[in-house]
Design a protein around this ligand. Structure first.
Ligand SMILES: [Zn+2]
Length: 233
């Protein structure tokens, strides 16, 4: 029996080539992946992504949440397939955009090898080409679609680095919170289980005062925080 590239976990064998399977088998593989992806992605998008996983022979991992990144890509290496992982806790729209981001890395690798920058013009072109069809098929609610349009007009390395998109995306999180960018000096917020007060904005980061021990930190304006009400300060 063939082993499938893994979705949901990274144990077990993976990466047997499935490109030469008869057509029905490909469809079955796509259906299986699509079923596993459906809870994670917006409606009507799972089959497209499952098709990429199967056709490009990717080990696709829905990863435990990582603070340092939303997803990552590892090119194929020594008979091992390309590997893409995406954080399990992303809201469906962010999961989709991150997935497209990582598949664009694979597309760029297949076309240009290692000769181009990871988020250079070649990657941007492929990323936009892969993301644009989701816009034309009403996948995103209108409030988010306009942010995605703005994003693809000048794509940056990650949705977190695009202020318009990250602000629009955070509203769909299960626990929405706010971006630190939206707070004013003097406001208090919770971030990674600690309370801070905003002192001032410095370029893209904010100088903040940690309330428990008085230390000062620079925190990215893109950080998702929970603003505290005045009473709790
Ligand atoms: Zn990237």
């Amino acid at each position: 029996m063939r082993h499938l590239p893994q979705v949901e976990c990274c144990t077990g064998k993976s990466g047997d080539s499935i490109r030469n399977l008869p057509r029905m088998s490909r469809q079955l593989y796509v259906q299986q992946f699509a079923r596993r992806l459906e809870p994670k992605v917006p409606k009507n998008t799972a089959t497209t992504i499952a098709g990429w996983i199967v056709d490009l022979n990717v080990e696709f991992v829905i990863s435990r949440p990582r603070k340092s990144k939303l997803g990552d890509f590892r090119p194929p290496h020594q008979n091992k397939p390309a590997r893409i992982s995406v954080n399990a806790d992303l809201n469906p729209y962010n999961f989709l955009i991150t997935t497209v981001h990582e598949f664009a890395h694979l597309g760029c690798f297949l076309k240009h090898g290692r000769s181009v920058l990871p988020h250079g013009a070649e990657w941007k072109k492929i990323y936009v080409e892969m993301l644009r069809p989701f816009l034309t098929h009403s996948v995103f609610p209108e409030s988010l679609a306009s942010a995605v349009r703005t994003h693809i007009s000048r794509p940056v390395a990650s949705s977190c680095s695009c202020p318009v998109l990250s602000k629009a995306l955070v509203r769909f999180d299960a626990n929405p919170g706010q971006l630190l960018d939206e707070l004013q000096p003097g406001e208090v917020f919770a971030f990674r289980d600690k309370l801070y007060r905003v002192i001032e904005k410095r370029r893209t980061r904010f100088l903040c005062h940690q309330l428990s021990d008085g230390r000062k930190f620079l925190i990215s304006g893109r950080a998702k925080v929970q603003a505290e009400t005045a009473a709790s300060t």
